[in-house]
Design a protein around this ligand. Structure first.
Ligand code: NOJ
Ligand code: CA
Length: 541
């Protein structure tokens, strides 16, 4: 990449969920020194950047997305000095760092929220959040029937006829972004981390900051009406949210190199998402379209073409994601019959339908190799390089995700993708740490451990390492050329220099294009590309 400031346009970013990565002191919780001790692993894997999920002080009501103080480190995870050590170690390894910013809400332990509860209705302290009078003579009923993302009502009583809004757990009161103090405080937070050497920010629920609570409040059914035009939903993806990011962008661009940002914005269309990714805004946005797609060549082709075109028109690059800390791991999704209801499947402890783990892993490897050949950035989630499956059979009393309790046991939530990583095949906690683990690891993690895969040239870890190294060598500009010839269920495209990627989504083996095979996601047989396999080729010299 010629312009070093544009490093993020085609980067491989590795997401670390700190509590489940590596535990240095045996308290069962992964920590910053644990991550620092594994920087060599990240360097050998060949990632360009690390994205750290929240490490801020938190009661962990929502895995750290309930932040007590946006400018500090959770003592369970480390100290600011240890954060600086991690930044230095990553820098020395040539790895950039992105941190998670959670601007939609604070935790209920944040000093602002404590002050708000202690202050009277209508006070400046309450104005930093979204308080409203309840319905009924004494405000005894919530202001509306809105439901929260994890289940249950979106309003919680403050005890004096007033209620506060929480789009997520009750421990996550929503901030009021019309309040100038809130805006200024986040500018201060961004400056705090940017000055500490952070290269970029992942912005949590970036689409939810602007809200319209002008009375009368609509009902939940009216709120989510299908025919609502874009940009006017009361709580999500309102047009004026971009005014906030314009201010952030000015702050980012005052740094040399400019700080980057990526929006987490689950919005209605790829078209709406592109607005978050403009250079006047956050610059990039997660594209979850492939994550949501079936294993289908036509669907993949369409999503790729549409997102590349949209990214071009928004003057940015696209992103590609298959897994993160919020979804069932992709090796498992691809192991289940199309149309499987994942929530039902998790509720049944992953027994029915049974997962075809071999097929799941084969497809996951093929999908990742395909995405890594695309122009744009690929976001990897810790453990996918080991082909880890979702741990679907965690016992109910181990579940931490608020979804389980809030949904009254009708939805298990996201713990199954947050189980601590296996580093070694034997020993306590497969090398995660010397104590206990905050979520139990299954016995099958031994075979999938880094130690086992390190020594095996055909392992998923070896595939990721080789793919990341070859990508670095082969990648140049962001151009892509489609090849339409061949069977419909084969996706084939080339990048400048003749780097060709071909994926067989069909059942029958497909012919391989001419050229030297650089890498394939599975064994090639008889000069053909088997089902569920991706190969990279380059011109034979
Ligand atoms: C999105 C995060 O990825 C998720 O883990 C969290 O629960 C919600 N935002 C609320 O912060
Ligand atoms: Ca620890």
């Amino acid at each position: 990449m010629s312009d070093p400031a544009a490093w993020w346009r085609q980067a491989v970013v590795y997401q670390i969920y700190p509590r489940s990565f590596a535990d240095s002191n045996g308290d069962g919780i992964g920590d910053l020194p644990g991550i620092t001790s594994r920087v060599g692993y990240l360097r050998d894997l060949g990632v360009d950047a690390v994205w750290l999920s929240p490490f801020y002080p938190s009661a962990l009501a929502d895995g750290g997305y309930d932040v007590d103080d946006h400018r500090d480190i959770d003592p369970k995870i480390g100290t600011l000095a240890e954060f600086d050590e991690l930044v230095a170690a990553l820098k020395a390894a040539g790895i950039r760092l992105i941190v998670d910013i959670v601007p939609n809400h604070t935790s209920d332990r944040h000093e602002w929220f404590r002050a708000a509860l202690a202050a009277p209705p209508g006070s400046p302290e309450r104005d930093r959040y979204v308080f409203r009078r309840g319905e009924g003579l004494h405000g005894e009923r919530p202001p509306s029937d809105w439901t929260a993302a994890f289940g249950g009502p979106a309003w919680e009583p403050a005890g004096d006829g007033q209620w506060y809004l929480h789009m997520f757990a009750p421990e996550q009161p929503d901030l009021n972004w019309e309040n100038r103090e809130v805006r200024d405080d986040f500018l201060k937070t961004l400056t705090f981390w940017a000055d500490r050497g952070v290269d970029g920010f992942r912005v949590d629920v970036a689409n939810a900051l602007a809200k319209d609570l002008t009375p009368p409040l609509p009902s939940q059914a009216e709120l989510d009406a299908e025919d609502l035009p874009d940009g006017v939903h009361r709580l999500r993806d309102r047009d004026e949210v971009h005014e906030i990011y314009k201010e952030w962008r000015e702050l980012f661009d005052a740094y040399d190199p400019p700080r980057t940002a990526v929006a987490e914005a689950w919005v209605r269309s790829a078209h709406r998402r592109a607005r978050y990714a403009s250079p006047e805004g956050l610059g990039q946005a997660f594209n979850f379209d492939l994550l949501l797609a079936s294993w289908d060549a036509t669907e993949f082709r369409k999503i790729i073409a549409e997102n590349l075109a949209l990214a071009r028109s928004a003057r940015t690059s696209s992103t590609w994601v298959f897994s993160n800390h919020d979804v069932v791991r992709h090796a498992t999704r691809y192991a289940l019959p199309p149309g499987t209801d994942l929530k039902e499947w998790l509720l049944g402890q992953g027994a029915n339908p049974p997962a075809d783990t071999e097929r799941g892993l084969r497809r996951a490897r093929a999908a990742t190799l395909l995405a890594l050949a695309l122009p744009g950035s690929t976001y990897l989630y810790q453990g996918e390089e080991l082909g880890l499956p979702e741990v679907a059979d965690l016992p109910a009393d181990e579940l931490q995700d608020p979804t389980w309790v809030r949904s009254e046991g009708t939805e298990k939530g996201r713990d199954g993708c947050r189980v601590p990583l296996p580093w070694t095949a034997t020993g306590p906690l497969f090398g995660f740490g010397p104590g206990s683990a905050h979520l139990p690891q299954p016995a099958g993690f031994a075979e999938l451990s880094v130690e086992r895969q390190d020594a095996d040239g055909d392992s998923t870890l070896s595939l990721y390492r080789r793919a990341l190294a070859e990508r670095r060598r082969l990648q140049s500009s962001e151009a892509l050329e489609w090849h339409a010839e061949g069977p419909d269920d084969v996706v084939r495209f080339s990048r400048p220099g003749g780097w060709t990627c071909v994926t067989n989504f069909g059942e029958a083996p497909a012919p391989l294009p001419a050229g030297r095979v650089v890498l394939s996601s599975g064994p090639l047989r008889g000069g053909l590309l088997p089902s569920d396999t991706t190969a990279w080729l380059e011109p034979s010299s």
